[in-house]
Design a protein around this ligand. Structure first.
Ligand SMILES: *Cc1c(COP(=O)(O)O)cnc(C)c1O
Length: 379
């Protein structure tokens, strides 16, 4: 590379035949999950949380499909995500959850991004901008017990006692976030609900929002004026019973080699698992460099995740390598080199793989790597 030359850009992974794994995103399923949640939310409006590249499924594609289905309000974490989103959905309302980050105000104004104001200094900075003619909306985030972002209830009271400041920012939304919505019986849920109601009484006449995906399932009391589902849109995170959500992401990987091994022989690094009978093993081209967690692997002590091919579930064998996993296809006829194996999808639920990896579906989705070929289907 000569002086002044640009380094070569990495080649785009667009040719599926060159990739070890492929991700299929079903935008029709995404839209139908949004509609189902909107129905559950009753008279509350239903936004979409699309931070983290829409939980790994692709910000632009997801947001366009949802906007076309009628979603008008979106939440991202970062102003950078807001800029990308604005280019994809020109007329939508976009809230930036991480708020008015220092030295970022000009971007919020030029891109029409609404900051979610979580500290007193953000409130003052935004009020100053509004007094100087900025005409962009905002949300005020109040912490009701999670102790992450948000004004304290005391600061919310103080804001309610400063009508000039409140009038200057004139927030479009008052919101809070629930820590334990995925554990319906947790007593923090009712405590946070009561604390949020008290905040709404202090700051009347402002639309209110409390529920994430799991919060929607807690029932009508938690819905207020706007619900903010994320993970459920992408088919994950449903607690209790059969999920009414459609899987959005299918992850498949290719079979590279099939081999027969004798009873008692080990498979993979560390000889962590030995097979208990004569076995046929297929080596598959996805590993932890692709975001398929090492902890989802299998050992003599603990069974790992499952995969699915030719109509059958098959177990992982041994450790997950950087680029490879092994599955046990003993007794399964017709498995050949080049076959596609489902690792996550309609037959292998996201949350099941997450459970084996000792994590949550959110982390698996947002961690899906950059080596996959990706395709979008529907709506
Ligand atoms: C991420 C997030 C959500 C969405 O949460 P899910 O559990 O994915 O539905 C909603 N509100 C806030 C403040 C968030 O940070």
């Amino acid at each position: 590379m000569g002086v002044g030359m640009q380094p070569d850009l990495p080649p785009a992974m667009t040719d599926p035949s060159l990739a070890g794994g492929r991700v299929t995103v079903d935008l029709g399923a995404l839209v139908s999950n949004w509609r189902m949640l909107a129905q559950r939310a009753g008279s509350a409006a239903t936004a979409a949380v699309v931070k983290g590249d829409a939980y790994g499924v692709g910000l632009e594609a997801a947001a366009r499909a949802l906007a076309e289905a009628g979603c008008q309000t979106f939440f991202v974490a970062l102003p950078e995500e807001g800029i990308r989103l604005r280019a994809a959905v020109r007329d939508a309302t976009i809230y930036v959850l991480n708020g008015l980050m220092p030295e970022c105000a000009a971007v919020y104004v030029s891109t029409k991004l609404r900051p979610v104001l979580s500290t007193w200094s953000e409130i003052e900075e935004w009020a100053e901008l509004r007094r100087n003619g900025v005409n962009i909306g905002s949300a005020v985030h109040v912490d009701t017990g999670m102790h992450r972002l948000g004004l304290t209830p005391g600061q919310a009271r103080k804001l309610s006692q400063e009508p000039d400041l409140l009038a200057a920012i004139s927030p479009d939304l008052i919101m809070s976030h629930i820590a334990c919505a995925d554990t319906p019986e947790h007593n923090l849920n009712r405590k946070q609900l009561a604390a949020f109601r008290a905040v709404c009484v202090l700051l009347p006449g402002i639309p209110a929002s409390l529920a994430n995906s799991a919060g929607i399932m807690l029932g009508h009391d938690y819905h207020f004026d706007l619900v903010r589902p994320g993970i459920a849109l992408y088919g994950g995170g449903f607690v209790g019973g059969t999920s009414p959500l459609q899987p959005v992401v299918t992850l498949e990987a290719r079979v590279l080699q099939i081999r027969d091994i004798k009873s008692g022989e080990p498979v993979g690094y560390g000889a962590a698992e030995t097979v208990a009978q004569d076995s046929r093993i297929a080596i598959v081209a996805v590993g932890y460099a692709d975001g398929y967690h090492r902890r989802a692997g299998s050992s003599d002590e603990q069974a790992g995740a499952r995969a699915f091919l030719h109509g059958h579930h098959v177990p992982l064998v041994g450790r997950v390598s950087m680029d490879l996993i092994a599955i046990d296809v003993t007794g399964l006829s017709g498995v050949v080199r080049g076959d596609w194996v489902e690792l996550i999808g309609p037959n292998v639920p996201l949350d099941e793989v997450a459970y084996h990896a000792g994590t949550i579906g959110y982390e698996l989705l947002t961690g899906l790597g950059s080596r996959y070929s990706r395709r979008y289907i529907g709506p």
